[in-house]
Design a protein around this ligand. Structure first.
Ligand SMILES: [Zn+2]
Ligand SMILES: [Zn+2]
Length: 128
């Protein structure tokens, strides 16, 4: 029984990411799925999907965590080194298809890094 419920919540959450193809903040996700899933379930599923390598998370400028689909990572080789772009006008965040080389730093062991680039997105530069 628990398995079925879990699968359904995973489905509902993944659907949000597939339809948008951009990053979604946790608070937005909670609002969108308010009628279907409770907050605790959403948090738990997001964590699990990140462990499974389907989603990755990062922080936006305001400090809220965001999640986005991982394009080509597998569980064993999950390296998230692409920067994210946050539009200062509309707040849209997406994954940039660029690889950033994180330098080796002596006497430091890097466990994660994140690069957030801010500016205006395509639509905000040139509104149609
Ligand atoms: Zn924008
Ligand atoms: Zn990303």
């Amino acid at each position: 029984m628990g398995v079925i419920r879990k699968t359904r919540s995973i489905d509902l959450i993944l659907r949000e990411f597939k339809s948008d193809k951009i990053a979604i903040s946790v608070s937005d996700l909670v609002t969108r799925l308010d009628s279907k899933l409770n907050k605790t379930t959403i948090y738990r599923v997001l964590e699990r999907l990140e462990e499974d390598g389907l989603l990755h998370s990062f922080l936006r400028q305001s400090g809220n965590s965001c999640y986005a689909m991982c394009s080509n990572s597998t569980k064993s080789k999950h390296a998230d080194k692409h920067p994210h772009f946050e539009c200062v006008d509309c707040g849209k965040i997406d994954c940039l298809k660029l690889e950033v080389k994180i330098p080796e730093i002596s006497n430091r062991k890097i466990s994660s890094s994140q690069i957030l680039i801010q500016g205006k997105c395509e639509q905000c530069i040139d509104p149609k």
